[in-house]
Design a binder for this molecule. Sequence first.
Ligand code: HEM
Length: 408
Amino acid sequence: TTTTTQAADNADLPGFPGTRSARCPFDPPAEYADWRDAEGLQRVLWHGNPVWLVSRFADIRAALSDPRISADPRSPGFPVSPMNAAGENTSSAFPRMDDPEHARLRRMLTGDFTVRRVNQLRPHIQELVNGFLDEMISKGQPADLVTEYALPIPSMVISLLLGVPYADHEFFQQHSAVLIGRNSTAEEKSAASMALSRYLFDLVASKEREPADDIISRQVHERVLTGEISRQTAVVNAMGLLIAGHETTANMIALGTLTLLENPGQLGRIRDTDNPALVANAVEELLRYLTIPQDVVARVATEDITIGGQLIRAGEGLMMNLTAGNRDERFFDQPGTFDIDASTRGHLAFGYGTHQCLGQSLARAELQIALPALLRRLPGLRLAIPMEQVNFRHDMTVYGVHELPVAW
Ligand code: HEM
């Protein structure tokens, strides 16, 4: 029958994401270059779904600015992963909606993540970062940079912005760790999600009575009480923000540090410069060169469309291969070279189009503060294990390292 033929055909498809090689753990899997050069789009298997993989820079931009491509898992044919399947029975959040509803909800939060807002926060982020460094140093070496530094920074910053009391911080972190953890079962994830949403419901209620200067208070008083959104939506937004910025930023801090340790000349320049523009460009280059969101941007076609010369039928799934797009020599000069002076304008690490990362200014600030602070405070920083023993997150949606033992 047709279905068995299709199943057999699909079994032959290459899997996505591929595995970065042990020899070049910062480079994309070798097959991505072939897929980017091939005519049309590559058909791959993603969590059991056959999807069209978009690997060229220009095609990714075209796809992500096409209104006939949907980010809503309820659209017919949307490729389902264990991640979005777990979220099926919770109400969806704006990152998983299409315009105009997506835009309506997102607009209510953009004011909290502008460059200006984030710049006002910088001194506070710097203080937090210094505190985590003190703590890590006082515990002694070797230390795991992931648990002692890379993870606490984004997690603390987002709780601060949302207005989560410091006393509840551990509860908060523990449940979000389960939600994003690879070893948690579906039951554990749904229990963690329930606990967090109950907690956030209570927080919403308490900020309704006693507002403070934070995102949840503003959502409640400016949006919920005016009837623009429900309490449920305020909770879903808060939970989404809590999780969205965690893993990505943490992995950029840890993997970014490792990249610099492997490139000591460029590390030295970042450590010694007093030029914020150089640090900022180095961070953009790390974002481009590493492009850690491996299979984050999933979509479905709602009409027949052509992307990169490939006809895509309505109801067929697509995946954006940002990692390949950011190494596309049709757009970047020498994309295979890590060069903190290179022009990175237009890189795709934060996605593109209407869903482009809401937290990008915040992520940039955290990286621009965390990386130089670490290098300056610990000029003797080094990997405490051989490079071959580093445990890379090959199988994760967001690439990086599971642990990073360091000494100084
Ligand atoms: C969206 C990457 C940090 C919040 C995205 C997307 C990417 C991305 C690729 C697009 C998803 C899509 O189109 O389907 C990153 C990277 C980060 C980072 C690489 C760190 C280096 C953050 C932070 C926050 C955040 C700190 C916290 C506030 C969001 C939200 C969206 C998003 C809310 C959905 C936007 C929308 O759908 O309109 N991010 N992100 N991200 N990100 Fe980030």
